[in-house]
Design a protein around this ligand. Structure first.
Ligand code: TRP
Length: 355
C-alpha cells in the first residue's frame, strides 16, 4: 500500500487582539472547511513573534491575547483534534530559517511590499521602521516553508507575503541546487467581498486601531448597535430614493454572510439577496429594515460561536496543554526541514558532510 502524505496547510494570526469577522470571512471560514474535509494536515499558528515586530514595548498585550485568539479559533469552528495549534515563539526553526532566507532577499524588495508599506503608514513608522517589522515577510516565509505547506488560506492583504515566500523558495532551491522547499499558494475566498472586508464605517480595512470591527465574541447587544450604526449609501436619504448596493458596507456584509435560509427565517418577503438588492436599487426600501435584517443574520452567525467559546473559556490549563502538545509536534516537523536546509547549504560540518 502506498501511504499518501496529506497536503499540508499552514496559517496564522497575530495575537494583538481578538479576531473579527474580517479574519473569519478572509481565512477562518476556509480553514474550518479545509479541516472538515479531512483531506489535509492543518497547522494554525499563533504568531506571537510577528506580533512583537510592532509591539516590542508591549509584550504583555501579546501574552494577554494568546489564549484569546485560541478561543476565537474554537469559536470559529476549528477543533482541537482536527487542527494543530501552536505558538510561533516556541519553535526555534522558525527563527533560524529567516537567517538563511534573509541573504536571498533585497532591502528594496521588502520596501516595495504593498502590505508592509501600508502598515508602515498606518503605524506612523515613517523613517523609524523597526528592522524586525520590515523583515517579517521573511519570517512568514519561514513559518510556511518550515512545514512544507502548499496551501495558505488567507485574505487578499496577505498575497504579497505569499509572493515573497514563493520568491524565496525559488531563490533557495536554485541557489542551493536542491528541491528542498515547497512553493506555497494562497487560497483566497471565492466570494469577492470576503477577500478584504470593509469596516463598519466603510473604511477599506477592518482594524482594531480604527475601531471599526465586529469581533467574533461580540455580545448580542453591541453587535446590534454596531450593525445599526453602519455606513450605507450616503445618497440614499429618503426611503423612496434609489440606493446603491455596490460598495455599500451593509450589502457587502450581507454578501459575505447571508444564506437563502436567513431570508426564510427573518425576511420571508424576499427569496434571496438578489431580490433585496433589486428593491434597494429601485427605491422604496429603507436602510433601517436592511440593517435589522443584517443584525439578525450576524447574530445567527455569531451565536453558535459564543456557545463554542463558552465551553472552553474557563479551561485555560487544558488549552495550554494542547498548545504545548501541538507545539512539540510542530518542533519535530520543522526541525526536519531545518536539517534539510542546513545540509543544502552545506552547514552540516560535524555530521553527514564533515569538514
Ligand atoms: N501576517 C499574518 C497576519 O497578519 C499572520 C501570519 C504569520 C501568517 N505567519 C503566517 C499567515 C504564515 C499565514 C501564514 O494575519
Amino acid at each position: 500500500m502506498i501511504l499518501m502524505k496529506k497536503e499540508i496547510i499552514l496559517t496564522g494570526d497575530r495575537p494583538t487582539g481578538n479576531l473579527h469577522i474580517g479574519h473569519y470571512v478572509g481565512s477562518l471560514r476556509t480553514r474550518v472547511e479545509l479541516q472538515n474535509s479531512g483531506k489535509y494536515e492543518q497547522f494554525v499558528m499563533i504568531a506571537d513573534l510577528q506580533a512583537l515586530t510592532d509591539n516590542a514595548n508591549n509584550p504583555q498585550k501579546i501574552r494577554d491575547n494568546i489564549l484569546e485568539v485560541f478561543l476565537d479559533y474554537i469559536a470559529a469552528g476549528l477543533e482541537i483534534d482536527k487542527t494543530r495549534f501552536f505558538l510561533q515563539s516556541q519553535v526555534p526553526a522558525l527563527f533560524e530559517l529567516p537567517m538563511y532566507f534573509s541573504n536571498l532577499v533585497t532591502l528594496s524588495t521588502l520596501q516595495r511590499n504593498p502590505t508592509i508599506k501600508n502598515e508602515i503608514k498606518m503605524r506612523g513608522f515613517n523613517k523609524s521602521i523597526p528592522v524586525g517589522f520590515l523583515t517579517y515577510p521573511i519570517s512568514q516565509t519561514a513559518d510556511i516553508t518550515a512545514f512544507k505547506a502548499r496551501l495558505v488560506p488567507v485574505g487578499e492583504d496577505q498575497l504579497p507575503m505569499i509572493e515573497q515566500a514563493r520568491e524565496i523558495v525559488h531563490a533557495f532551491n536554485s541557489t542551493y541546487g536542491k528541491e528542498v522547499l515547497v512553493k506555497p499558494q494562497a487560497l483566497l475566498p471565492q466570494n469577492q467581498t470576503c477577500k478584504r472586508i470593509v469596516g463598519i464605517d466603510g473604511n477599506a480595512k477592518m482594524s482594531k486601531s480604527l475601531n471599526n470591527c465586529i469581533y467574533l465574541k461580540e455580545d448580542p447587544e453591541s453587535l446590534r448597535k454596531k450593525v445599526m450604526s453602519m455606513f450605507t449609501d450616503p445618497n440614499h436619504i429618503r426611503i423612496e430614493d434609489p440606493g446603491q448596493t455596490e460598495n455599500n458596507p451593509v450589502f457587502m456584509y450581507l454578501e459575505a454572510f447571508v444564506t437563502d435560509l436567513h431570508f426564510e427565517k427573518f425576511l420571508p418577503e424576499y427569496k434571496n439577496l438578489e431580490e433585496l438588492k433589486a428593491h434597494y436599487q429601485r427605491g422604496g426600501l429603507g436602510d433601517v429594515k436592511v440593517k435589522k435584517f443584517l443584525a439578525n443574520v450576524m447574530e445567527d452567525t455569531l451565536a453558535p460561536m459564543r456557545e463554542r467559546r463558552a465551553k472552553f473559556e474557563d479551561k485555560k490549563d487544558y488549552l495550554l496543554e494542547i498548545l504545548k502538545r501541538d507545539t512539540e509536534y510542530a518542533k519535530e516537523i520543522t526541525n526536519k526541514t531545518l536539517n534539510e536546509v542546513r545540509s543544502a547549504i552545506g552547514l552540516n560540518y560535524f555530521t553527514d558532510n564533515k569538514l
